[in-house]
Design a binder for this molecule. Structure first.
Ligand code: ADP
Length: 385
């Protein structure tokens, strides 16, 4: 029969040993370690003390874990047990083994409990995140239509009244238009984030050529860049096709080029490059702007990160562009990155898997739910009449 017990704090604080019959079990006077005295065997009859069990022998084994005494085992023997020379060492090492097993089991149980607590906390977080995404989606969706009206009527008034009203009034109208443009971008960004995070972003993938996509978009960017006296050059390499959502890639590319224009001073150059990199197709945008320090490079792709660099032409920033870029590229199974060293300027790039490789290895594992887009439809004509 064995019994495993735990010592009270009071008992553990005791400096002296405890006496069990004539045997001493407790802290060694000299070393302060817990120990069993040499004579751990009792011959005396313990029946009255130990639940009327006929005992002829008794062992007390300390359960000594690492730096900690976690309990005691008391073994009763019905016959008188001989006392061997190395009784103490053997019993003590059994005690250590048992103590370590108990400790390991306890920490396993602790771990299971903590894991369960974490699973509950995680599912609560997921619920809250889902709620946040739904709220974001609904709020941005419902705000878009009235905003579209403000923006459209603002534009009409601005153009119709140009030259007919005092220039201060004209400035007011221009501010209304600029602010509603910014709000529209912000709402679009929030909608994108909520759609991607809730797994409802509708990727429509096809075999595409990044060079063709770049050429089709570059004129619009050149027009904006020209206003800041910034030149855009193309350096398109020989690259294979990729499996991608054309609109998402245009959005990603637009963000890289748009940022390069936004954060570069006048009379600089931007280079849009495509190349084959090991197992990937890369599109990169290099500028001659201020560059990005290593600490900020870590933060760039997070949400709402407006960092030290400020737009050079009074443009607006939301700090959401690169966060969306990263999520979109990851949805394609690709990677994004930035390089910026001692020299001025920086290079933003994304890598996608070539179409032919994808056919061999199969599509990325990330599952994208295809449902109808939640972006609102444009306001129909009758709403203006
Ligand atoms: P936004 O452009 O709306 O601020 P982004 O997520 O696209 O949001 O960019 C986050 C921040 O990263 C910017 O505010 C800017 O400080 C920095 N940044 C992005 N692109 C560049 C760039 N090409 N050169 C310098 N800084 C940049």
């Amino acid at each position: 029969m064995a019994s495993v017990g735990e010592f009270s704090k009071k008992f553990l604080a005791m400096d002296q040993g405890i006496l069990l019959q004539e045997d001493l079990f407790g802290k060694d006077w000299d070393s302060g370690e817990w120990s069993l005295n040499n004579c751990c065997l009792l011959d005396s009859d313990q029946s009255d003390k130990f639940h009327n069990i006929e005992n002829k022998g008794l062992y007390i084994i300390p359960l000594q874990g690492r730096n900690e005494l976690i309990g005691l085992i008391i073994l009763f023997a019905s016959t008188a047990t001989p006392s061997y020379e190395r009784n103490k060492e053997i019993l003590e090492s059994i005690g250590v083994l048992i103590a370590n097993t108990i400790k390991q089991r306890r920490s396993e149980e602790d771990l299971i409990k903590k894991n369960e607590e974490m699973a509950v906390a995680n599912s609560k977080l997921e619920e809250l995140n889902e709620l946040k995404n739904r709220f974001l989606g609904i709020a941005s969706h419902d705000l878009r239509n009235p905003l579209y009206l403000i923006k459209s009527y603002g534009e009409i008034l601005k153009e119709d009244l140009r030259g007919k009203i005092h220039h201060t009034r004209q400035t007011f109208l221009e501010k209304i238009c600029a602010s509603s443009d910014f709000m529209e971008t912000l709402l679009d960004n929030l909608l994108d984030i909520s759609k991607i995070e809730s797994g409802k972003y509708n990727l429509i993938k096809n075999e595409e050529n990044l060079n063709e996509l770049t050429k089709s978009q570059i004129d619009t960017h050149k027009l904006i860049a020209r206003k800041k006296k910034i030149k855009i050059a193309l350096d398109l390499g020989k690259i294979p096709t990729v499996d991608c959502d054309k609109n998402a890639i245009i959005q990603i590319m637009g963000n890289f080029i748009g940022n390069a224009i936004k954060f570069s001073p006048p009379n600089t150059k931007i280079t849009v490059r495509t190349s084959r990199e090991d197992n990937a197709v890369r599109l990169s945008v290099t500028d001659e702007g201020p560059g990005i320090c290593p600490e900020e490079q870590e933060l760039l792709f997070g949400e709402f990160q407006t960092l030290n660099n400020k737009p050079t032409g009074g443009e607006k920033t939301t700090g959401l562009g690169l966060a969306i870029v990263k999520k979109l590229v990851n949805l394609h199974g690709g990677n994004v990155g930035v390089k910026s060293g001692e020299e001025k300027g920086c290079t933003f790039f994304f890598d996608l898997i070539p179409y032919d490789t994808l056919l061999l290895v199969g599509p990325p594992t990330e599952k994208v739910q295809r449902i109808d887009s939640i972006r609102p439809k444009p306001i129909s004509d009758w709403e203006f009449s």
